[in-house]
Each structure stands twice: as structure tokens, then as C-alpha cells.
Write a protein that binds this ligand. Structure first.
Ligand SMILES: NC(=O)c1ccc[n+]([C@@H]2O[C@H](COP(=O)([O-])OP(=O)(O)OC[C@H]3O[C@@H](n4cnc5c(N)ncnc54)[C@H](OP(=O)(O)O)[C@@H]3O)[C@@H](O)[C@H]2O)c1
Length: 316
């Protein structure tokens, strides 16, 4: 994996020619943070892309892990995110500098607006435009190698594209076979926005799905490797998370096999809009409540029903 930037099968090239590794390491707060696992990923498993966010609360731990791994900062594609309570000209600038400080770096490879929502009492379009304008200015100053958004659906992108000077380089959204938003991906492609996927294992909830376990038995790769490989073969950068060294290593071994056209089309046909992360289109989504309940995420009843309808998955 040390050839991540030279082997064209291991990275995508963003519209501004920056290379983004297809495989990254997720570090969200769900399930906790494990220092040894992040060091192991960098030092022994060849990961050269780390995804984090101010909200995950682990930026300073990641700085320590990078230092301990001995991997050169310049070889790591480091991405973090701005939370909506930090949207606004000055606030966004302070948040970006804060993230850089905690991560022990003076630049970021990718900085994302985390959500297309804003706290109550603000006009969404105005505040998001202000935050985006700040990202554009800091990008021009060289603080970021690429800038983007996260969880932006078609309507959110349309609104931003009306006013932006720099089209987002990346849009990071939930992506696994049971949530494969084709229209959004197409819109991203038409606008040269790299679609990136998160929760590639659907938070571990679909690993026992018979669609996946049957392929796993046929191919001789683990369910997790099948799902990660599916993202990669769709040319979608993906950022599985694990707190366990052994699983981090397992999840990195996805470049020594290919899914057949048949296997790809089976997995490509499983989309059912299952959201294992917050869905900003869900009418029950209340951003201010979600800000308050930082560590709590529960599947909503519709998604629970969808999950239970996938053969062999039991959502215990
Ligand atoms: N932009 C956003 O709004 C957003 C939202 C959600 C996530 N993300 C990013 O995407 C990353 C990944 O998403 P995610 O953490 O939600 O879910 P995920 O990567 O789909 O799944 C993580 C879960 O799967 C388990 N797991 C990992 N590898 C495994 C393996 N080989 N075998 C069995 N179980 C395995 C982990 O448990 P153990 O730790 O016990 O191994 C954990 O419970 C996040 O960490 C974050 O960086 C971004």
C-alpha cells in the first residue's frame, strides 16, 4: 500500500489534480477510539488516508498516532470536517485553524462542511454560503489541498453550486450496497465532484447479510473485504472504521482480488435507501436535538424495518 499515490488502482484524482487514496481509515466517535489501532493502520497496514472531524473529538489523538507511526505527514491524506455550529466567516476560519492545531499540521488535504444543516435561527443558504466562502479563501491561501461537503443531497448541492466560486472537490455521504444513491452520484460526476462513501460496512450491521456471506464464501474473502472492495470497484473512496488492529489489517487487504461483473451487479442491485447514519432528508431529523445528543445514534423505525428485511440480517 505504500504505492498508494503511484498505483492508479489505489487512488482517485480530484478535479484539481490532487490524489486521494481510495482506502482510508474512519475515526468517528461511535465505538470509541483506539490509539494502537490507528498506529497499526499507518505503520503496518499501509493506510495513507485518515478521515476525522472536530466532532469526533480525536484530532489530537490522531496527531499523536501519526507521530508514533513514523509515517511522514506529507504521505498522509488527512481529512477533517467543520461542524455546523462553526459555520460563518470568522467561526469557520477559527474552526479550521483549531483542527489544524489539534492535528499537529499547518495544512489539511481535505476540509469538509460536515452537514447541510444549520442551527435554528439561521438562514441555511446564507450561513452555508458564508462557511463555503471561507473554505474557498483558505483553499486559495494554501491551508487546504481540497475542499468539500458531506451529507449534501441534490438540493443542497444545487443551492451551493448557484453561488460558489469553487465547486466542491468532494461530497462524502453514506455508501454501501444498501444505500447507493445513483442520482446523487451522477450529479456529482456531472459536476466533477468526487463522491466519497462513509459507513461502507453499514456500521457492521450488514456483514451477516446472505447476499454478502454467499459472495464471501464463493470468493474466499471476508464480508468486510467484499463490501470495501465493492466501494473501491465503484471508484468511490471509502473509510471503514475499526478499533481492532486485526480488523484494520483485514480491511486493508482489498487490492489483491476483484469482484466479478456478476458479483458487482448483485451488490449494485441491493439499494433500498437504508440509512445507518443520520439522514438530513428525514422529516424527523432535528438538527438542534442532534447537536445536544452527541454520542447517541439510533436507527429510526423505518430503517430498522429495512435492515430486518435484508435476508439473514438480524439487528440485535
Ligand atoms: N460525514 C459523516 O457524516 C460521517 C458519518 C458517519 C461516518 N463517517 C466516517 O466514516 C467512517 C466509517 O463509518 P462508520 O464508522 O459509521 O461505520 P463502518 O466503517 O461501516 O463500520 C464500523 C463498524 O464495523 C465494525 N467493523 C469494522 N471492521 C470490521 C470487520 N472487518 N469485521 C467485523 N466488523 C468490523 C466496527 O467495530 P470494531 O471497532 O469493534 O471493529 C464498527 O462497529 C467513520 O468512522 C467516519 O470517519 C462520516
Amino acid at each position: 500500500m505504500a504505492d498508494v499515490y503511484t498505483n492508479a488502482e489505489k487512488h482517485v484524482v480530484l478535479q484539481n489534480n490532487v490524489k486521494m487514496p481510495l482506502l482510508g481509515l474512519g475515526t468517528s466517535h461511535n465505538g470509541g477510539y483506539n490509539h494502537d489501532a490507528v498506529v497499526h493502520a499507518l505503520k503496518n497496514c499501509g493506510y495513507r488516508h485518515i478521515d476525522t472531524a472536530k466532532r469526533y473529538g480525536c484530532e489530537s489523538y490522531i496527531a499523536e498516532a501519526i507521530k508514533e507511526s513514523g509515517v511522514n505527514r506529507r504521505d498522509i491524506f488527512l481529512a477533517t470536517k467543520c461542524w455546523p455550529t462553526d459555520y460563518g466567516s470568522e467561526k469557520t476560519k477559527i474552526a479550521a485553524k483549531g483542527s489544524c492545531g489539534r492535528l499537529g499540521t499547518d495544512y489539511l488535504d481535505l476540509y469538509l462542511l460536515h452537514w447541510p444543516e444549520v442551527p435554528r435561527g439561521h438562514d441555511r443558504k446564507t450561513l452555508i454560503n458564508e462557511a463555503w466562502r471561507t473554505l474557498e479563501l483558505l483553499y486559495d491561501e494554501g491551508m487546504f489541498r481540497a475542499i468539500g461537503v458531506s451529507n449534501f443531497f441534490e438540493e443542497h448541492l444545487e443551492s451551493l453550486l448557484e453561488d460558489c466560486s469553487i465547486t466542491p472537490h468532494v461530497n462524502q455521504c453514506e455508501f454501501h450496497p444498501f444505500n447507493n444513491p445513483l442520482e446523487l452520484r451522477q450529479m456529482c460526476e456531472e459536476n466533477k465532484i468526487q463522491f466519497e462513501g462513509y459507513s461502507p460496512l453499514a456500521k457492521g450491521k450488514v456483514l451477516s447479510s446472505s447476499f454478502v456471506t454467499e459472495l464471501s464464501e464463493d470468493i474466499g474473502k471476508t464480508p468486510s473485504q467484499i463490501l470495501i472492495r465493492w466501494s473501491i470497484q465503484n471508484n468511490v473512496p471509502t473509510i471503514p472504521k475499526s478499533t481492532k488492529c486485526q480488523r484494520i489489517e483485514e480491511n486493508s487487504k482489498v487490492f489483491d482480488f476483484e469482484l466479478s461483473d456478476g458479483a458487482m451487479s448483485i451488490l449494485n442491485s441491493k439499494h433500498c435507501s437504508l440509512h445507518v447514519a443520520w439522514n438530513p432528508r428525514d422529516p424527523r431529523f432535528d438538527f438542534d436535538i442532534k447537536i445536544a445528543i452527541i454520542f447517541d445514534f439510533e436507527l429510526n423505525p423505518d430503517d430498522m424495518e429495512l435492515l430486518n428485511s435484508i435476508p439473514s440480517v438480524s439487528n440485535s
